[in-house]
Each structure stands twice: as C-alpha cells, then as structure tokens.
Design a protein around this ligand. Structure first.
Ligand code: C5P
Length: 220
C-alpha cells in the first residue's frame, strides 16, 4: 500500500507510452505523459507564430500557454488554454519541432514544475513517462525504468503506429530527434544510475508490461 512513484524513461519507439498506461491501469495508479506536455507547448508556439529558431523567443513565450494534463490511464487528456490538443500534438510538424522547444531551459523549468506538482497530487501514486524523469524531474522515484530497443525495432513500431509511413523516413526522423534530445545541455535523455534497463527489442508489449508490473509490486 502507500503511494508509489514510477519513472519510465527512454527514446521514442521503445513502447514507453503503451507500457506506462497499461502498468498504471493494472495497478490503479495515475499516468502522466510528459512528452505530450512538451508537444502541447510546441503546438502553442507553432500556432502563435513564435520563431522556433530563436531560443530567446521560445523562452519569452514559455510561460504563456496554460497546459493541463488529465492523468487517468484509461483516458489521458491534454489541453492548452482549455482546447483539447490530443490530436494536433501528434502531427509531423509538431514532432519535428518539439526537440528545439524542449531544449530551452525556461521551457524545461516550467514543465518540470508542472510535472512535480501533478506527481505529488496523485493519491495512489503515478507512472510518469518521459526522457529525464528519473534523472531530473523525480530523482527520488520509488522505481526507475529505462526502456531501450534497437533503432530498427523502434522505427518499425513507429511506422506501424503512423499508418502507411515510410519505415526509412521514420527511422531517420526518429534517430535525429533522439540525437537532439540526448545531446541538449539541459537535462538530456539519459539513464539514471539507479534505473533498471529493459531492452524491449525481442519482447512483446505484454512481456514488457508484466516485467514492469512485477518490478513495481516488489517496491510496494
Ligand atoms: O515522448 P514523446 O515522443 O511524445 O516526446 C516528445 C518530445 O518531448 C521528445 O522528443 C523530447 O524532445 C521532449 N521530451 C523531453 N523530456 C521529457 C519528455 C519529452 O524533452 N521528459
């Protein structure tokens, strides 16, 4: 019993979202998709014509949109100034621009504070997925998981999600985004020293979910 905080990090296409949602649902925990928050702030900046080649302009706008995340794993929601943006944040335009926005320190400070307040408010505990949750956002998490998979497996999963997308183009875009996320100065994608690494290349989603559920149950 008690609350349990689970941090799940890793690059795109490792099954982070599917795993995190299923684990949270099975264990009765809340769920937070932090990538959706970075996508939401990026969507707002694109919509409002902010110059995304100018980190100063991004920083100046970072505090403007109000981002609200719903944490029910069965029906997670994301709104910007009251508008449901669950669909628009998944476009290729937002996906290709999010790394430039998420690299700006003022953006990270703001979104990190939001994430911590949501995690603290979760009464039964929460599964938080992202890139820097175990290292920066929730360094005292009860359990930290770092999901990996081969670039081929990740690209194949992503093109499966984006129906009809070209596997090679998806693979290139994915590698580019991971490189940007891993090399930025402020809180890059990284495995925490005390994280459990799970290589999902040869595992089914069900196997990954079972593995993580077992690890959480050992902590409760
Ligand atoms: O997980 P998802 O692919 O939706 O994340 C979108 C982007 O948000 C990542 O490529 C990264 O730039 C940013 N992100 C981040 N830190 C997190 C989660 C996501 O910088 N904790």
């Amino acid at each position: 019993a008690g609350t349990v905080i689970v941090a799940i990090d890793g690059p795109s296409g490792t099954g982070k979202s599917s795993t995190s949602k299923a684990v949270a649902a099975q264990l009765g925990l809340s769920y937070l998709d932090t990538g959706a928050q970075y996508r939401a702030i990026t969507w707002w900046m694109v919509t409002n014509g902010i110059d995304l080649t100018d980190p100063g302009a991004i920083a100046a706008a970072a505090g403007k949109p109000e981002i609200v995340s719903g944490t029910d794993p069965a029906a997670p929601t994301i709104t910007v100034d009251g508008t449901d943006v669950a669909g628009p944040i998944r476009t290729q335009e937002v996906t290709s621009k999010v790394s430039a926005v998420s690299a700006v320190p003022d953006v990270r400070t703001r979104i990190t504070e939001l994430q911590r307040s949501i995690a603290l408010a979760a009464e039964k505990g929460i599964v938080v997925e992202g890139r820097d949750i175990g290292t920066t956002v929730l360094p005292d998490a009860d359990l930290k998981i770092f999901l990996t998979a081969s670039p081929e497996a990740r690209a194949a999963r992503r093109s499966g999600e984006l129906k009809g997308a070209d596997v090679n183009a998806t693979r290139e875009a994915l590698i580019k985004r991971d490189a940007a996320d891993s090399s930025r100065k402020t809180s890059p994608l990284a495995k925490a020293g005390d994280a459990v690494e799970v290589d999902t290349t040869e595992l089914s989603l069900q196997q990954v979910i079972e593995c993580v559920v077992t690890l959480v149950e050992e902590k409760r």
